[in-house]
Design a protein around this ligand. Structure first.
Ligand code: NAD
Length: 306
């Protein structure tokens, strides 16, 4: 009897290095920002508005401030007290809208509950809306016009294209339909000619559906919801989720995990983004890229290729 052939069991997928990809993009942005400053005789300007003292938001805003200085941009963080009135906040946004030195305006979400997020976002000049949340930018993205695109899905697409090259005809399943991640992610995948399915909390047979995906994007906010047996062999998995597990011990900080059970999923995927170190670092890099794009558009310069 001849010996049994090796069965070639599942191999471990490669971790997609979002940190390295983000560092490479930030370097390109910094070079293009220097070139912009030479031509426009000013630096690209990004202004961030933070209302209140949400600890996670403060950390994100601090990271954005550091990144914008490192990229050779200028700007400021406007820290407003929690009880800021809607009138005062809208007044600041309008002031930034009309300031010629300001290319990008980002109002950090979530806002305290007495403030109307939609109203605040709609007040930002769409040409300066570097978060890409204004309805004008969402609409442009939906009809395939040049738009400022939300940073997180834009970062995911960049990782995917670096990973898979042409996405044309691949089946992408996006789990999550938020305006910030899921919907723009689906639009961007469509623009790359992928076949796109959007799944959400009412989707039936989600594990079976996910298993048909060549590209599986999880943007849900549920720790390790996507299990290994939801992942097709050889798929590319993009985990957008950032979830902090309860602290293991009193006073300890809970572990950070994504929406995908990484170790299980990596046994089936060809490549997968880890949490942390995958999608997260790309978000700030794309914010800088959007600020640079907005600055070029406002000066009438050709968009830099990044
Ligand atoms: P959201 O709460 O606005 O949307 C979650 C989506 O998940 C909803 O559309 C909902 O329909 C869907 N959903 C909920 N439960 C589900 C279930 N059981 N099955 C299938 N779908 C379900 O969240 P969001 O703003 O889109 O963010 C999603 C995750 O991504 C969060 O963990 C968030 O922290 C993270 N995030 C990360 C970055 C980053 O920079 N890496 C940026 C934004 C958001």
């Amino acid at each position: 009897m001849s010996p049994a052939l090796p069965t070639g069991g599942p191999t471990r997928g490669r971790a997609i290095d979002g940190k390295a990809a983000a560092a490479a993009l930030r370097e390109k942005v910094a070079e293009a920002a220097r070139e912009f400053s030479r031509k426009a005789l000013r630096k690209p300007g990004l202004h961030v508005v933070l209302v209140g003292e949400d600890p996670a938001s403060s950390v994100y805003v601090g990271a954005k401030e550091k990144a914008l200085n490192a990229a050779g941009m200028t700007g400021a963080v406007h820290r407003l007290p929690t009880d800021t009135s809607e009138g005062d906040l809208l007044g600041l946004v309008r002031k930034l809208n009309s300031d010629p030195a300001v290319d990008g305006i980002l109002v950090q979400l979530p806002l305290p509950s007495h403030l109307d997020e939609a109203k605040v976002l709609d007040t930002i000049d769409p040409a300066k809306d570097v978060d890409g949340f204004h309805v004008v930018n969402a609409g442009k993205l939906a009809v395939g016009k040049d738009a400022l695109v939300p940073c997180t899905p834009a970062g995911c697409i960049r990782l995917l294209k670096a990973e898979r090259g042409d996405l044309s005809g691949l089946h992408a399943v996006v789990i999550g339909r938020s305006n910030i991640v899921g919907k723009p992610m689906a639009q961007l995948l469509l623009a790359e000619n992928a076949t796109v399915t959007i799944a959400h909390s009412r989707t039936r047979n989600l594990p079976e559906l996910a298993k048909t995906a060549d590209i599986l994007v999880a943007a849900v906010g549920r720790p390790e919801m996507v299990k290994g047996d939801w992942v097709k062999e050889g798929a590319t998995v993009i985990d957008v989720g950032i979830n902090r597990l309860p602290p293991a011990e009193e006073g300890g900080k809970g572990k950070l995990v994504g929406d995908v059970a990484y170790d299980e999923a990596a046994k089936h995927a060809a490549a997968i983004t880890p949490v942390p170190g995958g999608v997260g670092p790309m978000t700030i890099a794309m914010l800088l890229a959007n600020t640079l794009a907005a600055a070029h558009a406002r000066e009438g310069f050709e968009a830099p290729s990044l």
